[in-house]
Design a protein. Structure first.
Length: 73
């Protein structure tokens, strides 16, 4: 089972990008995403963006992660 946090692409340079999730930035490959662009939300597995998410779904997922994080404090 894989639990993934949506990343919002904040930089795209060819097949490499930087994504942000809840203030954490990570370099990812975007080989599998057709025409990636800044502002896209993606799911990342093993360093590769494997799926683009609709913004509403990504925001709901991030809100759920934040609720979980708050509950664990």
């Amino acid at each position: 089972m894989c639990l993934a946090v949506p990343l919002k692409l904040i930089e795209v340079n060819g097949k490499e990008a930087v994504g942000d999730a809840m203030g954490v930035r990570r370099r990812v490959r975007v080989d599998f995403i057709e025409e990636p662009k800044v502002g896209d939300y993606v799911i990342v597995h093993a360093g590769f963006a494997i799926e683009r998410l609709p913004e509403q779904q990504a925001l709901e997922d991030l809100a759920s992660w934040e609720e979980l994080e708050d509950a664990l404090r």
